[in-house]
Design a protein around this ligand. Structure first.
Ligand code: UD1
Ligand code: CA
Length: 456
């Protein structure tokens, strides 16, 4: 079945009501363009070919999704859903099953589509749902025995037909040869002057082809996005589903309504995530990791038992086990922290490796640095890694102690076990095991008196 499936995704509509420079199907749900969600659902079905019918903002859509394994089909003029599907038909062989999906209906699941593919084997499969307020949708017209006769669009419907609550989701599947024949026979003699895909239902009935229906697991699966209010509603639904899956897998979310996952999260046992945490890209949290409130994590790996306190931003980093990060720490790309490292408040660390047990606890900038084990970097230490043109590295040996408010002007190397006196500006390598100071000597000016304010 699946190996002979061609999916056609309609994505040519302009989406005027989004009021956006971005084509509608590129607006994101869960951090991913809506169209990509649909492509991934189609891939989940192991479709042999996926055709995306694009129109408005086509170049933007194509370049945003250039890495996706799809065939791009242009629909230069939007003459209706039937016309849109026709554009893809020349590339689809007769023996394939064709399934039609929509680039602005992102939450459709593979399970629902499998059922649709299954019923299509009998003739034509149609995905329908019941809505208490069916306004705007095509209605499913059935005979007395419950057999589907046709779909009638709201604008072409009679009073009685408008009361029907079973609506067309738009998604359907059937054999390519007959679909081609039916599409070729469509006209645009209707209220909207469009070639309606929905008219193929009546064609199927005329030819005695069985029309079977199935329904989505949840209504949100078939909800389309026309404006940003609907986009936000789908985003919430999507987040709720992902949160539930995480909680059922053993993650504590202190408030699932205040957690956003815009990517993939792999979590060990007894991970706790406090409120207002945003996760993007690929994040992995080991057993017992605790993420405090108001943190942002993108593409990070955090090993077992590490605690990330509130208000931290971590991007493209690898954090070892039993570390303490934050509050208010920023861990920037290409940083690796080994086990039991402490990164404290108002510390920024970039493109650096910090070995086991080292501490940078207060108000520091550590960039382009290699820090050994057991190092203590005092408050306010800055690695001066940039000379205005190039970046240079700072190397700090094991067990070194860098006194508070020191500057390490790179390239520079601090020997193992070295101590740097507070307030030093270090411009040359310092020997291992010795105290190095680089600051003005303290003096006391005898008899000095404070200035006094002059009288007018
Ligand atoms: C369509 C269905 C209706 C169904 C509803 C579900 C038809 C005639 N009607 O109506 O029965 O209840 O969807 O939402 O099919 N598109 C193109 N090219 C076109 C026209 C549309 O790519 O020439 C795309 C749009 O971008 C959109 C989708 O097809 O993603 C549906 O088009 P739209 O005009 O919104 O159809 P509806 O009137 O909502
Ligand atoms: Ca629509």
């Amino acid at each position: 079945m699946s190996s002979d499936l061609s999916v056609v995704i309609l994505a040519a509509g302009q989406g005027t009501r989004m009021r956006s420079a971005l084509p509608k199907v590129l607006h994101a749900v869960g951090g991913k363009p809506m169209l990509q969600h649909v492509i991934e659902a189609a891939r989940g079905l192991s479709a042999r070919e996926i055709h995306v019918v694009y129109g408005h903002g086509g170049e933007m859509v194509r370049s945003a999704l250039a890495s996706q394994p799809v065939q791009w089909v242009e629909q230069a003029e939007q003459l209706g859903t039937g016309h849109a599907v026709s554009q893809a038909m020349p590339a689809i062989p007769d023996h394939h099953t064709v399934m039609v999906l929509y680039g602005d209906v992102p939450l459709i699941t593979v399970e629902t589509l499998r059922r649709l593919a299954e019923i299509a084997k009998q003739g034509l499969g149609l995905l329908t749902t019941h809505l208490p307020e069916p306004q705007g949708y095509g209605r499913i017209v059935r005979d007395d025995t419950g057999r589907v006769l046709s779909i009638v669009e709201e604008k072409d419907a009679t009073e009685a037909q408008r009361r029907i609550q079973e609506v067309n989701t738009g998604m359907l599947a059937t054999g390519a040869a007959r679909l081609r024949r039916w599409l070729d026979s469509l006209d645009n003699d209707n209220a909207q002057g469009e070639y309606y895909l929905t008219d193929v239902i009546a064609r199927a009935v005329q030819e005695g082809v069985t029309v079977e229906t199935t329904h989505p697991g949840a209504v949100a699966e078939v909800m389309g996005v026309n404006n940003r209010v609907q986009l936000a509603a789908l985003e919430r639904d999507y987040q709720r589903r992902r949160s539930e899956a995480l909680m059922l897998a053993g993650v504590t979310l202190l408030d699932p309504e205040r957690f956003d996952l815009r990517g993939e999260l792999e979590a060990g046992q007894d991970v706790v995530i406090d409120v207002n945490v945003v996760i993007e890209g690929r994040v992995s949290l080991g057993d017992g990791v605790h993420v405090g409130p108001n943190c942002y994590l993108r593409d990070v790996t955090v090993a077992r038992g590490t605690r990330i306190n509130s208000h931290c931003v971590l991007e493209q980093a690898e954090i070892g086990a039993e570390c303490r990060i934050g509050p208010f720490a920023r861990v920037r790309p290409e940083t690796q922290l080994a086990d039991r490292v402490h990164i404290g408040n108002f510390v920024e660390i970039k493109k650096s490796q910090v070995a086991e047990g080292s501490k940078v606890n207060h108000l520091s900038y550590v960039g382009d640095s290699t820090v050994g084990r057991g190092v203590n970097i005092g408050a306010g230490v800055i690695t001066c890694n940039y000379d205005g043109a190039n970046k240079h590295r700072t190397v700090i040996g094991d067990d070194a102690f860098i006194g508070s408010d020191s500057q390490l002007v790179a390239p520079v190397e601090i020997g193992a076990g070295a101590t740097i006196g507070a307030g030093s500006t270090i411009t040359r390598d310092t020997p291992a095991g010795e105290l190095t100071l680089a600051r003005a000597k303290q003096k006391t000016v005898q008899g000095w008196s404070r200035p006094v304010k002059k009288r007018e």
